[in-house]
Design a protein around this ligand. Structure first.
Ligand code: PEP
Length: 266
């Protein structure tokens, strides 16, 4: 991984569609998003835009992006820690890679909460992503209870330490700090709170993967990001982008989040 000073890390705005939009709806959305960003002369090299549709949409999205040469990245919302075999309902990293997916979200709080995903399982999924040439977006974050009992950094730091045990040194990782209490609540963290935790997470990356990775790794904030608050997060030293849930399903709002440089002064 190249050594990159913090100021030159490419920003990443990622839209997690969760269980929304079927493949036909996804195609229409992707087309309109690409037109809207191109119309706005979006700097795709400076601010990467990635979408995470449901698995059943991925082939259609891949075909469209390839056929129309759209400057959008995409990935899966999860993957199996196994490569193949008797794991009904699971999706192999090999299959995502075969669809040209660049990224895969791992350890989203909804997977941790509704599917009982442990930190160790998440480390196994990070290893699987790297085996298949995918960039894992590793999600960590504290619940409201954790926040009260342990403060803001302790739980995400502990989660990331274990998750990175699965990472291969020299391969890219993206980290998403997503306080669980901020997801879907309309109550985002303040940019100062988020910066404090993201700085601690950068320390964990440096410890686990070395100084080059500490500099180069992109850390996203996620949790009720909107067009009206993205600029504040992006001004922080250790925040390099956003993982966006609800607002990524609203075309104009998501395009405006990606265009945050136009409202950095706001
Ligand atoms: C998420 O689900 O990762 C998320 C950040 O959701 P929202 O933006 O809706 O809070």
């Amino acid at each position: 991984m190249a050594v990159t000073p913090s100021s030159t890390r490419t920003a990443l705005i990622a839209g997690n569609w969760k269980m929304n939009l079927d493949h036909l709806q996804s195609i229409a959305f992707v087309q309109k998003l690409a037109w809207s960003l191109k119309d706005a002369r979006h700097d795709f090299a400076g601010v990467e835009v990635a979408i995470f549709p449901p698995f059943t949409d991925l082939r259609s999205v891949q075909t469209l992006i390839k056929a129309d040469d759209l400057p959008l990245a995409f990935g899966g919302q999860d993957l199996s820690q196994h490569d193949s075999g008797a794991y009904t309902g699971e999706i192999s990293g090999a299959f995502l890679a075969a669809l040209d997916a660049k990224y895969v979200i791992i350890g989203h709080s909804e997977r941790r909460q509704y599917h009982g995903e442990s930190d160790e399982l998440i480390a196994g999924k990070v290893a699987a992503a790297h085996r298949h040439g995918l960039v894992p977006i590793v999600c960590v974050g504290e619940t409201a209870e954790d926040l009260e009992q342990h403060g803001p950094s302790a739980v995400p730091v502990a989660q990331l330490r274990v998750a990175l045990e699965g990472a291969v040194k020299g391969k890219e990782v993206v980290v998403a700090y997503e306080p669980v209490w901020a997801i879907g609540s309309g109550q985002a963290a303040t940019s100062e709170q988020a910066q404090q935790v993201c700085a601690a997470l950068r320390g964990v990356i440096t410890e686990a993967l070395g100084a080059d990775a500490g500099h180069a790794t992109r850390i996203l904030y996620g949790g009720s990001v909107k067009a009206s608050n993205i600029a504040g997060f992006m001004r922080e030293t250790d925040i390099d982008g956003a993982l966006v849930g609800g607002a990524s399903l609203q075309l104009e709002e998501f395009a405006s989040i990606a265009q945050y440089r136009k409202h950095v002064g706001t």
